[in-house]
Design a protein around this ligand. Structure first.
Ligand SMILES: [Zn+2]
Ligand SMILES: [Zn+2]
Length: 393
């Protein structure tokens, strides 16, 4: 089977990416393409998202497994075996996407829908059982500042939704006797059609849309639908530490159904507003500050914006441009159930060198040109920490 994209390309990493880079790339794709995020999208968009998600999961299932990765690197997809039918690695083998997601996003899934109710993205529909009618879910977004994320916050969201008609209690009519068994499907909700003269196929009943009943004298308030449109404001408690793309499920606050069904859920997607100066990566925060060369040489103080106010920190004499200090515990807390502890704030110093000097300054510095103190000695650089962290600034 041709045309499967290269797994590295799918994750957007290069061939010598570290396990952490692979993980982080997959994490971003999950936050973007997970089917839960596309509940309100068109069918076409849903399909695209599901395909992208599946593709990313497949790539990650291989590249996150050192053994499979090694075989893939050497032999390409053929190295993964499969059933000999060219199916690549049919199914996902021992790769359980829900376990992986739990691992990537931390422990239990607490108040988040996490990625439950998923699992079936490639498969067909469940059938055979009479299903309880559930109202549609409503997807909405809340926009949070890092300060709000640091402490957790309660937000109000306003949505338009279907609620049960108060006049008929969602039955669509005032008289019980007006609710009658659908004459087309005899209450089964499904119509049987004959194909080819001998095969049967079932479709949702065209008359009652699968409900099995029809209403004779429809309620005037809702025209027999049992539903009325209402605007509702819902308070949503958002735990500290959430990230863009995470989703909170508030059970039963979505669209209602006619009598007999259950309400859909309200899905609240977190969107993080960009902070003017701090950058975030998971629990950690990053801040770059420009200091004068005199402070870099002689030491000084600098004010660092933390989420709970400004902190003054020391600039050590001899601070290199690009060196990093870590303020422990000044990052963000992990979301409950997703991890533990509090992240750190990394501060990077950038040394500003003046372009113009007064002549007295120039001659003072000229006098130091040949001093051994001014000969570069790279061993003193805080290189390791900087190299490790530079991609985050
Ligand atoms: Zn009504
Ligand atoms: Zn029917």
């Amino acid at each position: 089977m041709a045309g499967k994209r290269d797994f590295y390309e799918v994750l957007g990493v290069d061939r010598n990416a570290s396990p952490d880079q692979i993980k982080s790339a997959f994490r971003k794709l999950v936050l973007k393409w997970h089917p839960d995020k596309w509940v309100n999208a068109s069918e076409e968009e849903k399909k695209t998202a599901a395909d992208k998600f599946k593709e990313a999961s497949e790539a990650y299932s291989v590249l996150s497994d050192p053994d499979k990765k090694a075989r893939y690197d050497r032999f390409g997809e053929a190295g993964l075996g499969g059933d000999g039918g060219g199916a690549g690695f049919g199914g996902f083998g021992d790769f359980n996407i829900n376990d992986v997601l739990r691992d990537l996003f931390g422990g239990a899934f607490g108040g988040f829908s996490g990625f439950e109710g998923f699992g079936g993205f490639g498969g067909g529909q469940r059938s055979g059982q009479r299903r309880v009618v559930k109202g549609r879910d409503i997807l909405t977004r809340v926009y949070l500042t890092l300060e709000e994320i640091a402490t957790g916050v309660e937000k109000e969201v306003t949505i338009e939704r279907n609620e049960r008609c108060p006049d008929c209690g969602g039955k669509g009519t005032k008289n019980e006797s007006d609710v009658q068994t659908c004459p087309v499907c005899n209450g089964s909700g499904q119509e049987q059609r004959v194909m080819n003269g001998f095969m049967y196929t079932y479709t949702t009943c065209s008359r009652c849309h699968g409900e099995g009943t029809v209403v004779k004298n429809p309620c005037r308030s809702c025209s027999g639908t049992g539903l009325v449109r209402k605007r509702a404001t819902i308070k949503v408690k958002i735990p500290a530490g959430v990230e863009s793309g995470m989703q909170l499920t508030i059970k039963g606050e979505g669209h209602a159904t006619k009598a007999g069904g259950i309400n859909g859920d309200l899905l609240v997607v977190i969107e993080e507003r960009e902070h003017p100066v701090l950058r975030r990566e998971g629990k950690n925060l990053f801040y770059s500050v420009v200091i004068p060369v005199t402070d870099a040489l002689l030491g000084g103080k600098v004010s660092v914006p933390c989420l709970d106010g400004n902190y003054t920190i020391d600039v050590e004499p001899g601070t290199q441009s690009g060196s990093v200090v870590r303020l422990r515990g000044r990052g963000l807390p992990a979301v409950k159930g997703y991890g533990s502890g509090v992240g750190d704030l990394y501060v990077k110093f950038l040394v500003w060198i003046p372009k113009k000097l007064k002549s007295s300054e120039r001659s003072a510095i000229e006098a130091m040109r040949d001093s051994s103190s001014f000969k570069p000695d790279l061993s003193r650089d805080d290189k390791n920490l900087f190299d490790k962290m530079k991609e985050n600034f």
